[in-house]
Design a protein around this ligand. Structure first.
Ligand SMILES: [Zn+2]
Ligand SMILES: [Zn+2]
Length: 211
């Protein structure tokens, strides 16, 4: 990872925040880099800081490694309710700034066309991975080279950026918890369903009584 970071123009700042992404996610991979570069661009365009509450919202159109880059960089996290995953399998992301009432969508428009100085190695790795013969180490190396490739390109070559209409996403719902009439476990009332006699029961219990 050292040389990507050192060769990058904004070396120290990038190395620190990218390192935080890698520490959280567990490895450096192209998916994480997508989330990272989209987050950086949205910070620049929207003038946002890492979200401490729900003032920034990210809508992620896949459930890949990129999600973790957004969580670390933007503070749009699964727990806070300001990370919305629409699993369309698309490399596309919308970042919303509530206070400025502005939103941008970023969608990936290019695939890998690796022609860097490690092209031969990259093509061999691609082949091994697609044939299912790659070792764990080869898979990691392929991810690393893809990540390097992404960093070497201007953002606009990889992503198409469009300002989109701002629509206020609802804040994460808060509701009191009550005991399920069957298992007795405290459950958020709005997530419960009526069971026999109209008593509120939790979803797992309702699935059990239905089967
Ligand atoms: Zn990953
Ligand atoms: Zn229950």
């Amino acid at each position: 990872m050292g040389n990507i970071l050192k060769n990058d123009k904004a070396e120290t700042e990038i190395s620190l925040d990218l390192k935080q992404c890698v520490a959280f996610h567990g490895h450096l991979c192209p998916g994480l880099v997508y989330g990272y570069v989209v987050a950086k661009e949205s910070i620049r365009l929207l003038g946002i800081k890492r979200s401490t509450d729900e003032e920034v919202v990210a809508v992620c159109e896949n459930d890949s490694c990129a999600v973790d880059g957004l969580q670390v960089m933007l503070g749009t996290t699964a727990g806070k309710g300001n990370l919305i995953i629409k699993d369309y399998g698309k490399n596309a992301y919308t970042v919303i700034n509530r206070s400025k009432e502005k939103a941008y969508r970023f969608s990936r428009i290019t695939s890998y066309n690796y022609s860097g100085k490690n092209a031969d190695e990259f093509n061999k790795l691609e082949k091994a991975v697609s044939e299912g013969t790659a070792s764990e180490q080869q898979r990691l190396r392929q991810k690393y080279l893809k990540a390097v490739d992404l960093f070497s390109r201007p953002f606009d070559e990889v992503f198409f950026t469009k300002e989109v209409e701002f629509s206020m996403p609802p804040y994460a719902p808060l509701a009191p918890s009550v005991a399920c009439a069957i298992c007795g476990e405290m459950t958020m009332k709005t997530k419960m369903v009526p069971g026999k006699g109209g008593r509120l029961i939790c979803i797992p219990c309702s699935n059990m009584t239905a089967s």
